[in-house]
Write a protein that binds this ligand. Structure first.
Ligand code: SF4
Length: 242
């Protein structure tokens, strides 16, 4: 999946942020990750070449705002224009993952209605507390495509009461990096069971660095974290579903 980072920089807001990849990377090059700025790629989706064609071909997915949070207060003045780019590129699917779903309505376009069909919002819930805080807001917001992201999964989470036809998928995964907190396979399997019982697709995306299974703790190299999760063979898709 391609990426579009219209702005960069962010503030830690909940336990899932403790080992934020963007913070680590910025600090490693002496940059302050808390400084939020508009990037040169701000208008990437609508950039055109000399012949007047969009530089970015349609029919793709764009992971949006992966080095910040789309709903950050500092970006309130930029977001309307970003939404306009998204509206103009109805031929691209934008995936926006946020820990600030409580700010979703700020600077929403006037013609948003029940949500643009080319926008999928991913709401991150890393533990029970944030599942219970964020998901009621998430489910009541006008969004056409919703994904619940349990990543980094920090404990077992009871999600059943939030699962139903309004949720396109649940994604689970561990945490990477040397300071990663372990991910217990039982939490992953439990989420899967909840999804199966509710008829919601489930994707075990990656194991994270430290993975607990059958009473053992495994250290999984970064390059193997996705493939190891795939090998578990526990993804669940719904026939005729998205
Ligand atoms: S919200 Fe995302 S980008 Fe911002 S600090 Fe947390 S993990 Fe990092």
């Amino acid at each position: 999946m391609n990426a579009w980072n219209p702005w960069h920089g962010c503030h830690k807001t909940s336990p899932g942020c403790a080992n934020c990849y963007m913070h680590r990377r910025d600090q490693s090059v002496g940059r302050d990750p808390e400084v939020v700025y508009k990037t040169q790629a701000f208008d990437l989706p609508v950039k055109k070449d000399r012949s007047g064609e969009y530089k970015l071909a349609g029919g793709r997915e764009l992971f949006t705002c992966g080095t910040s949070d789309f709903f950050l207060p500092e970006a309130d003045g930029w977001r309307r224009e970003a939404w306009e780019f998204i509206r103009l590129r109805a031929d691209i699917k934008f995936l926006i993952i946020t820990k600030r779903i409580h700010r979703f309505m700020v600077s929403l376009p006037d013609d948003w209605g029940e949500g643009y069909d080319n926008v999928c919002i991913g709401c991150t819930v890393e533990n029970q507390q944030y599942a219970d805080e964020r998901l009621p807001l998430f489910l009541s917001a006008p969004i056409a495509h919703r994904v619940i992201i349990c990543e980094p999964l920090l404990e077992g989470i009871e999600l059943s009461r939030y699962l139903g036809p309004g949720v396109d998928e649940v994604v689970a995964g561990g945490e990477s990096g040397m300071d990663a907190r372990p991910c217990d396979y039982r939490w992953v399997l439990d989420l899967r069971e909840q999804c199966v019982a509710s008829g919601v697709p489930f994707w075990f995306k990656q194991t994270g660095r430290y993975f607990l299974k059958d009473g053992r703790r495994y250290t999984i190299l970064k390059k193997l974290q996705h493939s190891q999760a795939r090998k578990a063979g526990i993804n669940y898709s719904v026939q005729g579903g998205p």
